[in-house]
Ligand binder design. Structure first.
Ligand code: COA
Length: 386
């Protein structure tokens, strides 16, 4: 296996981008990544793009070929990757495997979703397909409802409170207010979260990630060639993935994501690292309870202590562990197929030391954690400054 490096990163602004379509968003991100890597399209030999539901959301399938066409990359081999909200992370892992195996020498990996062209009901239905259609969505259990069940159980087993969950949203909006690409640029208070409209009890609007448009992209090459393209390449030290049941009722626990625990185990073993080595992490906070569970499942905090740790400020920028400096899915936004790639873009900026007002001091090693649905897929990466 060859070592793999990220040599270029780029993203579009996340948000309700009504003046731009699916292809505009991914091409903007892709061109920025290529320019950042100072690489021409002719030097690329593969394209991988994560996107979850373009057929339902914009009526477009066959999206990898479309992107290759509009980026002027034909006849490059172009492959779409789908794993619900983990589509971006899985596209990154697919690109990583393509370079590591020696099959490809320079690939662009993108993630994109255009979600705001259809009604909220249709978005919920499209997203609901990431769960078990027959046992969950068909019965009316949309994603806020599914995560609400996890939140209720977490509150019952560990005493986690709604205020502790609100603290996740407050922190992530604060980080997002320092990120010009973020969907939300406004700070919020615990009181605002607590008084926001109930979506699925106990989760309120401000406990939820929003419905967003956006795209992100990275360029990957073998580490041995990286300095040809970038003065500050980022090594992908390890990549891991795990699966679990789609249906929540088949799980042994509602308060842990088993796929996260399994992917974490593999990831740290491949990298020969522990949580203590990680300076900055982007975790999958599709709902505030999801960030708390991720921090516990990865092992930053003991089970049941993630909420308290967040409320005490231990996950804030430059605190014990800097979590979701981009603003996370909650503040930066969650164009589902783009999220996993955006996480890698944010970590690359942090490790290069160019994250501006949200820079983690002396960040050397970062981690990404991308979840599909309620935890049926988990994809994680460890990135390191070279
Ligand atoms: N956080 C903060 N503000 C939000 C928000 C969120 N999650 N969702 C919407 N808003 C804001 C909008 O910006 C808008 O503000 P404005 O009036 O100042 O323009 C206002 O709330 C109303 O927006 P609207 O789009 O009508 O909200 P909605 O009630 O239709 O949708 C949710 C709110 C929470 C239901 C929707 O964001 C949602 O479904 N989120 C979850 C997405 C999801 O499941 N993703 C996959 C996870 S696995």
């Amino acid at each position: 296996m060859r070592k793999v490096a990220i040599v270029g990163v780029g993203m579009s602004k996340f948000g309700e981008e009504w003046n731009r379509g699916f292809r505009d968003l991914i091409i903007e991100a892709g061109v920025r990544a290529l320019e950042d890597a100072n690489i021409s399209g002719a030097d690329l030999d593969g394209l991988f793009c994560g996107t979850m539901a373009p057929g339902n959301l914009v009526g477009q399938e066959h999206t990898a070929a479309l992107i290759a066409d509009f980026m002027g990359l034909n006849p490059i081999p172009a492959t779409r990757v789908e794993a619900a909200c983990a589509s971006g992370g899985l596209a990154l892992r697919t690109g990583y495997m393509a370079i590591a195996s020696g099959m490809h020498d320079a690939v662009v990996v993108g993630g994109v979703e255009k979600m705001t062209d259809v009604s909220g009901g249709l978005v919920s239905e499209a997203l609901g397909g990431a769960g078990d259609q027959e046992w969950e969505l068909f019965q009316g259990a949309t994603f806020p409802a599914i995560y609400a069940m996890m939140a209720r159980r977490h509150m019952m087993e560990f005493g986690t409170t709604e205020e502790q969950m609100a603290a996740v949203a407050v922190k992530n909006h604060l980080n997002a207010s320092k990120n010009k690409y973020a969907h939300f640029q406004n700070e919020i208070t615990i009181d605002q979260v607590m008084k926001s409209k109930m979506v699925a009890s106990p989760l309120k609007v401000f406990d939820c990630s929003p419905v967003s448009d956006g795209a992100a992209a990275v360029v990957l090459v073998p580490l041995e060639n990286a300095k040809k393209y970038s003065k500050d390449p980022i090594e992908i030290v390890a990549s891991a993935q795990a699966s679990d049941t789609l249906a929540l009722h088949d799980r042994q626990s509602l308060t842990s994501i088993h796929a996260t625990q399994e992917a974490t185990r593999k990831l740290f073993s491949l990298a020969n690292m522990t949580t203590k080595d990680i300076d900055v992490v982007e975790v999958h906070d599709c709902f505030t309870i999801a960030e708390i569970m991720a921090l516990e499942d990865i092992g930053f905090f003991k089970k049941g202590e993630g909420g308290g740790a967040t409320a005490e400020g231990r996950t804030a920028l430059n605190a014990e562990i800097s979590v979701n400096t981009s603003g996370g899915l909650k503040g930066c936004g969650h164009p589902v197929g783009a999220t996993g790639v955006k996480q890698a873009v944010e970590i690359a900026w942090q490790l290069r030391g160019v994250a501006g007002a949200r820079q983690v001091k002396d960040a050397e090693i970062g981690m990404t954690h991308n979840v599909g649905g309620s935890g049926a897929t988990c994809v994680m990466h460890i990135l390191k400054r070279v």
